[in-house]
Write a protein that binds this ligand. Structure first.
Ligand SMILES: [Fe+2]
Ligand SMILES: [Fe+2]
Length: 313
């Protein structure tokens, strides 16, 4: 049987579950709460204490879980009595689970639908909670979660920037989804090549670049024959490593506004991982290194957003 992982923050206690909830314990999957039953506060707390951060569902329950999560997200996000921390945590859980599912099962329509919903919810949380971006970026990255965190960061920051630049709702939806999945092919890279993700772009040799940039093409191979993935999203994913100076894998010198936003924000967040620089230093470096790679007005607009959102403190 195939099991799909999901985060504990996307399941709430005292709610009737519409799917069987499993945990992985001592090398096996155990049904922890049955369909129709509730996760008690007690059990929920216990799991958190034991640091069991992940649940599993079977493939046959994917749709049931998707509906459950859609309801839970819209209920939670529209509830004024629930604070921003809880909202952020739930949306992060949904987005992380979605990215993880897309990484391990890129051909799954249900994983893709979950990603779309997660991107929308992330945008909603950022729009309605002024402290959301700061809280998202302020979180410590768990071990082995760098790539997922990177995808969430790029999604959060690029939709914020695009919103300020007056992009349409459809564009924001496309950008958000594309940002979450832009690097889904990286975990499929050859194990020996994986360290390239952690290597500063400046230090990549031509050979490194050739190998590393294959993840943009690989992502397209995984997605292009899926009727539910629109063309705008494919283009965004395909061009997320491009620069206006034509140094990207596709050697494009003309980028749409959305492509440029995604590529620039991706570069920014990637730098904080590879160069381990502070946000302020990363921005300073970019204003020097990336002139000509992204338009000056976009870099300046980005600088403003980082500043107003308190991400440079
Ligand atoms: Fe990438
Ligand atoms: Fe990336």
């Amino acid at each position: 049987m195939d099991y799909t992982p999901l985060r504990i923050s996307t399941v709430k206690p005292l709610k009737n579950l519409t799917f069987d909830l499993h945990i992985f314990f001592k090398d096996q999957y155990l049904c922890y709460v049955k369909k129709g039953e509730q996760l008690t506060e007690d059990k929920y707390t216990k799991l958190k204490v034991q640091k069991i951060a992940k649940f599993f569902i079977t493939e046959s329950d994917e749709l049931n879980y998707q509906n459950f999560l859609d309801n839970l997200l819209s209920e939670t996000l529209s509830d004024n009595k629930i604070g921003s921390d809880e909202k952020i945590q739930m949306v992060e859980g949904a987005a992380s689970s979605a990215v993880e599912r897309m990484q391990s099962n890129p051909g799954s329509e249900s994983a893709y639908r979950m990603t779309e919903t997660a991107a929308k919810s992330l945008r909603q949380v950022i729009k309605n909670n002024p402290d959301a971006l700061k809280k998202i970026f302020g979180k410590k990255v768990e071990k082995n979660e760098e790539l997922i965190k990177h995808s969430l960061n790029v999604c959060a920051l690029s939709v914020k920037l695009a919103e300020i630049m007056k992009c349409s709702e459809q564009e924001l939806d496309d950008l958000g989804t594309a940002a979450l999945i832009h690097d889904i092919a990286i975990p499929q890279m050859n194990k020996n090549d994986l360290p390239l993700f952690y290597k500063p772009r400046k230090l990549l040799s031509n050979d490194d670049k050739r190998v590393y940039y294959l993840h943009t093409k690989d992502a397209i191979s995984l997605l292009q024959d899926k009727p539910y993935v629109n063309k705008a999203i494919l283009e965004l994913v395909a061009n997320h490593e491009e620069t206006l100076s034509g140094q990207g894998p596709n050697k494009k010198k003309k980028l749409t506004r959305l492509e440029e936003i995604l590529a620039m924000v991706n570069n920014y967040d990637k730098r904080t991982i590879t160069n381990k620089t502070t946000p302020m230093q990363t921005l300073k470096d970019m204003m020097i290194d990336e002139l000509g790679n992204y338009s000056l007005d976009l870099l300046n607009e980005f600088k403003k957003v980082l500043h107003t959102e308190g991400l440079l403190d």
